[in-house]
Design a protein around this ligand. Structure first.
Ligand SMILES: [Zn+2]
Length: 188
């Protein structure tokens, strides 16, 4: 049984997981492992410890600092093209209706309606709120008189990672920040 030096539940101390290039494996959801998996992978020599929480975990046979950031020793090749999923369409469009900017009651709109042969793919589907969706109805985008903020496109994994950074989880440990935001472009 492991004891710890501080009373914050260990369940609230996950480790941020970086790829071997020290970039997070995933931004959204943020790649986090529970402390047990983090410690186990240290012992299996699959990860390097990058930084630690300010606490020590102990068992009768060992003690160690609790890792807060770990990096895989073997590089995991990121997927080239993200899967076309409902979630990823929302993420591409930053969970925002592309017609009016509404962030609630989101659904999808086919620019070329399905009823007219429109396909369900990256280039024909946009995030839309239910009001805009009803307003556009079965009309073609060109004839609807409605204007998109951004035409739908096939995003790269990088695009989705970039957008994912706008939606950090509730808990972010200080030691994670250098690895999450250091390469975000600075505002001019
Ligand atoms: Zn809308």
């Amino acid at each position: 049984m492991l004891n710890s030096s501080v009373k914050v539940p260990l369940e609230k101390c996950p480790a941020l997981v970086l790829n071997a290039d020290y970039r997070p494996l995933s931004y959204y959801p943020l790649s986090l492992w529970c402390w047990q998996d983090a410690v186990k992978s240290v012992f299996l020599d699959r990860v390097s410890i990058v930084t630690n929480y300010d606490r020590i975990i102990r068992s009768p046979s060992f003690q160690m600092n609790l890792p807060s950031v770990i990096a895989l020793k073997n590089f995991v090749k990121p997927q080239k093209n993200p899967n076309f999923t409902r979630f990823n369409v929302f993420l591409r469009d930053k969970f925002t209706c592309q017609y009016c900017g509404n962030k609630k009651h989101l659904t999808f709109d086919h620019l070329l309606p399905k009823s007219k042969g429109g396909e369900t793919n990256w280039k024909n589907v946009v995030t839309a709120c239910s009001i805009c969706n009803v307003k556009k109805g079965g009309r073609l985008y060109e004839k609807s008189g409605m204007i998109l903020f951004k035409k739908p496109y096939s995003p790269s994994i990088e695009d989705l990672h970039y957008n994912g950074r706008n939606f950090p989880p509730n808990f972010l440990h200080d030691s994670w920040m250098d690895y999450l935001y250091w390469d975000v472009e600075l505002e001019p």
